[in-house]
Ligand binder design. Structure first.
Ligand code: FE
Length: 353
């Protein structure tokens, strides 16, 4: 039976009033929400690449214009993904950028709950102390500053240093888990040692860990080895290429005590492509960031193709297709938030072609 016109207009008034009352009560009708459950991930971050040449030019200007003081603490040019509305974030979960430290400069100690990594590009006699352990940073080295570890940087050399920083600030911000603390002193202790304590303990040899270390018996939630040397990485990649006779080699950096990812929120890997070769096309949930150490080529992300040269940084948003192609031999360091997705049981990765 049809409602009378008066009845219909009463119902419209009722529902309008009902929605107004919901708003006043800070409630939302689920049935009217759109975009909450999409058929696949929709990442606001877009495929992008930042050129080393432009970053180096602007980084050099920053070195002359901006001192390193408490407050900023670090001279970093952060990649701002154009899809993220001007936020200082490379992807939805990770910030990335290049840190510049002139000869004789230092950056004071602090710690924070977001975990960070450094991938060294240029500099001589440059050091990072992690919880008091001095680590020399050489080109291609991966240095970890895990969650809540004190860290400071100092350049005892004459030439300016630059390295890639990646930090999971956006992720920990989304989780409302940011804590930050200055170090005990504004002065940087520019201590040096022939080898860091973490290497003496955990880089003694492949598959060898000390029996006496408390880090080995009561593991931290991150790798107790704070530096992975490029000399080891390049040897491992070369050995793979030689043994397999293939076009590409890849390694994952792992916690030597447990064999898992180096930090709970970041997976780190390195890839070497022989000249004129390509990876498969893949896609995975979560964000990926790549930094080119040597060589040149392109990265194809979704429908975008970006030229790559040494020092360039690129991002692959969640579920975007991705393929690397080399021109000459290319070495790429990558990091991703895959461990987070795996821990939550929502990681997906497929080879597309
Ligand atoms: Fe920091």
């Amino acid at each position: 039976m049809l409602s009378s016109p008066n009845k219909v207009s009463e119902q419209v008034m009722d529902i309008d009033q009902f929605y107004n009352d919901l708003t006043r009560a800070d409630l939302k009708p689920l049935w009217a929400q759109t975009g909450m459950l999409t058929d696949e991930p929709r990442d606001r971050a877009i495929p992008f690449r930042w050129r080393a040449t432009e970053m180096a030019r602007l980084g050099e200007r920053s070195r002359h214009l901006v001192p390193i003081d408490r407050g900023g603490d670090r001279r970093v040019l952060l990649c701002a993904n154009p899809g993220l509305g001007g936020a200082p974030a490379a992807t939805s979960t990770m910030a990335a950028g290049v840190q510049y430290l002139g000869g004789g400069e230092s950056a004071p100690a602090h710690r924070h709950t977001p975990a960070a990594l450094r991938f060294m590009l240029t500099g001589e006699d440059v050091w990072t102390r992690v919880d008091g352990d001095p680590i020399m940073m050489k080109r291609g080295d991966l240095v970890l500053t895990p969650s809540w570890t004190f860290h400071e940087h100092y350049n005892l050399g004459k030439v300016p240093a630059a390295w890639v920083d990646v930090i999971d600030v956006p992720l920990i911000t989304h989780l409302a888990g940011i804590f930050y603390e200055d170090g005990p002193s504004d002065d940087v202790d520019t201590q040096t040692k022939p080898a860091s304590w973490s290497e003496i303990q955990f880089a003694g040899g492949p598959g060898l860990v000390p029996t006496s270390s408390s880090a080995a018996s009561t593991p931290t939630p991150y790798s107790p080895l704070f530096v992975y040397r490029w000399s080891d990485t390049t040897a491992a990649l070369d050995a793979q290429l030689a043994a397999k006779g293939t076009e590409q080699a890849a390694i994952r950096y792992v916690d030597p005590t447990r064999g898992c990812d180096v930090m709970p929120t970041m997976r780190c890997e390195a890839l070497r492509l022989r000249p004129a070769s390509a990876t498969r096309t893949d896609r995975q949930t979560g964000s990926r960031i790549g930094a080119v150490l040597n060589g040149s080529g392109v990265v194809v992300v979704g429908s975008d193709t970006f030229g790559l040269s040494a020092g360039d940084i690129y991002v692959v948003p969640s579920w975007a297709t991705h393929r690397l192609e080399s021109a000459d031999q290319m070495d790429v360091f990558t990091t991703s938030d895959a461990p987070v997705f795996e821990a939550l049981g929502v990681f997906r990765r497929v080879i597309v072609a």
